[in-house]
Design a protein. Structure first.
Length: 212
């Protein structure tokens, strides 16, 4: 009678039988769960680099040219050579390019140096606009030029061509060369030869013995 109370072998739950669907699910979970955990860790590790607020970029020439925002540079430095092969260097405390579509750069705290055979020529001004392509500086306000052989020039509102080493002023000018002192309402100057052309209200004081 005791043997009659036991359930028949066929009554054993099939979900626990070897090779059943439950058994396959357990084997699949042993592979899928570690893989899912690895993917989750990778996402968490890369998440900080995908934040929108981060200041992170890759410099690309084409991208910079097409960027709508302005470009600001502190302690800018520009170098080049004139048509005679003499090197010039221009530095600025600040340079701002208003648009990526223009080659005009607004500069403040200008200092330019031209290496000449007679000696270095130096140009100092407060602010102006520099054309990178033409190598010309349009200076608003006072400008001071000094060079070898006692050459110096004080004027304002000038256009300087670094490539040709030419200067033309819209404001009054005064200065000196090895010939003497000069003054005029406006001037044009050849910086390479230290010669000036006086225009309007010209005054010239020649040093005795300078011309021989």
């Amino acid at each position: 009678m005791a043997e009659a109370d036991l359930p028949p072998p066929s009554a054993k739950p099939r979900w626990a039988a070897p090779g059943s669907g439950h058994d396959k699910l357990i084997r699949l979970s042993k592979v899928a769960l570690p893989a899912a955990a690895g993917i989750l860790l990778a996402i968490l590790a890369l998440a900080p680099f995908q934040k929108k607020g981060d200041v992170s970029f890759i410099l690309n020439k084409k991208k910079v040219q097409s960027a709508p925002e302005q470009l600001r540079v502190e302690s800018a430095r520009y170098t080049g050579t004139d048509k005679k092969g003499e090197q010039f260097v221009m530095t600025a405390n600040r340079a701002v390019q208003p648009s990526s579509d223009t080659r005009i750069v607004n500069i403040e705290g200008i200092f330019a140096k031209i290496d000449q055979q007679k000696g270095p020529m130096q140009i100092v001004a407060d602010h102006g606009r520099y054309n990178v392509d033409t190598q010309r500086i349009a200076i608003d306000g006072p400008v001071k030029v000094t060079g070898a052989d006692g050459f110096h020039l004080n004027t304002s509102n000038v256009l300087i061509d670094l490539g040709d080493q030419q200067l033309a002023s819209q404001g009054a000018a005064e200065g000196a060369t090895n010939l003497g002192q000069f003054r005029a309402n406006r001037i044009r100057a050849d910086l390479s030869n230290h010669t000036v052309v006086l225009d309007g209200g010209a005054r010239l004081k020649i040093v005795q013995g300078a011309v021989r």
